[in-house]
Design a protein around this ligand. Structure first.
Ligand code: PMP
Length: 395
């Protein structure tokens, strides 16, 4: 059933091609890398490796051009309608990106009595930086209030009614998440924007969306002020993330960009990954993983021993059939009688690599005992069907 383009795309991942007996189902943790990315890294290191921003010779100049060019490439990849007004700040990944906003933006612009909204039941990386910023401000005698926007397991989104309760006249900042890393649901950012109005900055943790589906920052599509992502989840190398900032409310990042050495190799990999993704098409990738996701959730719902977390649970629990499209390539489920680490071990004995532990989720109990399957362009219908066969044999 695989389209030709998908078969060709899959062949471009050397680690996948080298292990036909294994199925990599853990792309939400990190993605595999296409040959184009490996070659770009090799090419950079063998033709122009030098430091950036300080050159009087060709390798150094080419490295500076690589870094500046990739800054533009990130804006372009995100469909930035006003690249002359935005900033791209390279970081080691989403965690550092969120921390940078907390440290540089929040501690500069917030005042006593201001409130910020943070999701609760989300990735720990999208909670700790905001609490840390509150502590830093408190040390200076500035008290801000952190208001929690609770996640709702059933929808894989936040509680819409809770939103109206936590937004107030002192709301100055919102931390949002594009795709939830356990439920796979997408957050209703339009609703947040409507609730807080046009002047409150929204930061979007896009760790599970950039590189997986189209992420476009034109204001009618995604009206946010910051987009934060990890290169390693978007087919590039670890240590190669960025923060995009719309920058319409004054400068965001502290000056001194060239005082440290940027991750030039990671940046080279990011540029190559975005080129590859644009050639294949993130919309096509998203449709492919959505089809696999539906196949997996449909199959799981027929197996009474399993319960799917988030965006509705199993038929056994008596719920209505959910919109499977709302699980963007991420399906987390548990077996009623088998512990998650045992299930992970059993699945690997059949060649399936899944996530089977606490999933880095802040303050949620329902994750216990669950395993997560997460998909990317290289996954196949056959892998899903074989997985379902093994899961069915464990009833
Ligand atoms: N946010 C979300 C939603 C994530 O899924 C992850 C990674 N699992 C992170 C943040 C942290 O990303 P990184 O480890 O690359 O900093």
């Amino acid at each position: 059933e695989a389209a030709d383009w998908q078969r060709e795309a899959r062949e471009q991942f050397p680690i996948i091609a080298a292990h036909p007996e294994l199925a990599y189902l853990d792309s939400a943790a990190t993605s595999q890398k296409p040959r184009a990315v490996l070659e770009a890294v090799q090419a950079y290191l063998t033709t122009s490796n030098a430091n950036a921003g300080r050159g009087t010779y060709p390798w150094a100049n080419r490295t500076t051009e690589l870094v500046e060019g990739t800054r533009q490439r990130v804006k372009d990849f995100l469909g930035d309608p006003e690249p002359q007004r935005s900033d791209v700040h390279f970081t080691s990944g989403t965690t550092e990106g969120l921390r940078t906003i907390a440290r540089d933006w929040l501690t500069t612009y917030l005042a006593d009595g201001d409130e910020i909204l943070v999701p609760f039941g989300d990735h720990q990386a999208n909670l700790d930086p905001w609490l840390e910023a509150r502590r830093l401000l408190a040390d200076r005698g500035i008290d801000i209030r952190v208001r929690a926007l609770p996640y709702q397991v059933e929808s894989g989104d936040y509680h819409h009614r809770a939103l109206d309760r936590v937004v107030g006249p002192r709301t100055r900042f919102v931390a949002a998440t594009h795709i939830h890393h356990v439920y796979g649901g997408d957050m209703n950012v339009h609703r947040i924007r409507a609730a807080v109005g046009p002047d409150v900055p929204i930061a979007l943790d896009a760790a599970q969306s950039v590189g997986h589906l189209p992420v476009r920052v034109d204001q009618s599509t995604l009206d946010v002020d910051f987009v934060v992502f990890s290169g390693h989840k978007a087919l590039a190398l670890p240590g190669s993330g960025a923060v995009w900032a719309r920058n319409s409310r004054g400068p965001v990042f502290r000056p001194g960009g060239w005082h440290g050495t940027p991750n030039t190799v990671g940046i080279a990999s990011l540029e190559a990954a975005f080129d590859w993704l644009d050639t294949v098409g993130t919309d096509r990738i998203a449709r492919w993983t959505a089809a696999l996701t539906t196949r997996l959730t449909d199959g799981l719902r027929r197996l009474a021993a399993y319960e799917i977390l988030g965006c509705q649970s199993s038929l056994a629990a008596g719920s209505v059939v959910p919109a499977a499209q709302r699980r963007h390539g991420i399906v987390t489920f548990r077996h009623h009688d088998i512990r998650s680490d045992d299930l992970g071990f059993i699945l690997f004995s059949h060649g399936f690599m899944v996530r089977a532990d606490s999933l880095c989720q802040a303050g949620a109990a329902e994750k216990d005992g669950s395993v997560r399957v997460s998909l990317h362009v290289y996954n196949t219908v056959d892998e899903i069907d074989r997985l379902l066969t093994v899961l069915a044999s464990l009833m």
